[in-house]
Design a protein around this ligand. Sequence first.
Ligand code: SAM
Length: 437
Amino acid sequence: MTPVGYLETGVLYCDDNLHRLAQFPSECIDLIYLDPPFFSNRHYEVIWGDEAEVRSFEDRWEGGIQVYVNWMRERMIEMHRVLRPTGSIYLHCDWHASHYLKQMMDDIFGEPNFQNEIVWYYRGAGVSPRRWARRHDTILFYTKGKDWTFNPDPVREEYAETTKERFSHYIGNVRKGGDFGPQALNPKGKHPDDVWSIPIVAPSAKARLGYPTQKPEALLERIILASSKTNDIVLDPFAGCGTTQVVAQVHHRQWIGIDISPTAVGLMKRRMEKVGAQQVKLVGMPVSEQQLHDLKPFEFQNWVIQRFNGTHSQRKSGDMGIDGLSFMTHDPIQVKQSKSVGRNVVDNFETAVERNGKSKGYIVAFSFTRGAYEEAARAKTAKGIEIELVTVADLLKDVPDLVTPTPSLLAPELPLPKGRAAAELPTVDELIDSDRS
Ligand SMILES: C[S@@+](CC[C@H](N)C(=O)[O-])C[C@H]1O[C@@H](n2cnc3c(N)ncnc32)[C@H](O)[C@@H]1O
């Protein structure tokens, strides 16, 4: 793919980063932080925060470590290309693969450009009686070349009391009485070292968005403050719930995020708006029925509920297939990632709506049979229960804010169209009206 010459910031891309990075111009990014899946053979499926969006991401590698490293290598080659000659990169990993990844980084960036192996130490639960408790991640810091930004001042630490006492008789670097001291204490604080003790985002913390690998803002703060300047461009190609972008925004850096999951991108947009980002642009969100059809079921369900500005219902047995609740009125929504949804689905949902004490509900699917429409009409006449049969095509209409298409490579120099401001987003009633018309 030919890289395009125009790079816009304040954008969240929903895409495989390999594909998306290939479209970035060379040498345009000042700082990259990446926190990829860790070769941990785990499968995460969690409920996100208050809104309980179902979220999962695969961290399983068939074919072993070499498959994983090759997968990382092709992405890392692109990251190296897009980094400015003065740029820095921080690769977050852990004991599963850090030794393989360091070799890979040496190959791509060159051994002399290795700067630090940072140990992020945290406390946590869970120990094995057979070995030391595993309590750290590894962050590999490389630069692209010989000159780079490194400003420790904003992240300096307090000296230990014993150090302060030991050096108390030094003023500047001159000992009282005339001798030069071996070293003076810096009034701004101690030069930070490569072991960082920062608490994880606890599952109960307010900041926790429900994602097990969410990284603390304090961790990203150290990296961004030391390794970038105001207005520099910071990229996170495995953006997750957007910690890097949030910290970059708060500290007046430009930012770009990429994540393959539409749910993550939708969540990041809301998180960014909460910290004051204006007109966050989303690129590459699903725009066609086929793309939506191909999404994983939980991604599709989250997409539908986001389109309604609704909330996700907590998973519990006996919920009778209610996947979410509409905005404000909390009417039940059922999501079917299928075509030709028939009479029996409407019939069952009608009972669910009734048992929830509601008189209205929505079923979303790609299409409905004639019997489904007849059943919905019967429910209205016989019981006064209104079941709206909403097609995916209806939800795709008139909602360009979340469905900004990928820019055409034929017009690479053109900036993307602006997304809609939050105030212009459709209300649920407008969305529903658009279904009726
Ligand atoms: C460990 S999480 C990142 C968490 C993030 N640092 C945070 O604090 O929220 C890894 C993320 O990478 C995304 N991901 C996995 N493969 C990807 C790919 N090929 N391109 C873009 N994103 C990908 C997953 O969807 C997941 O959100």
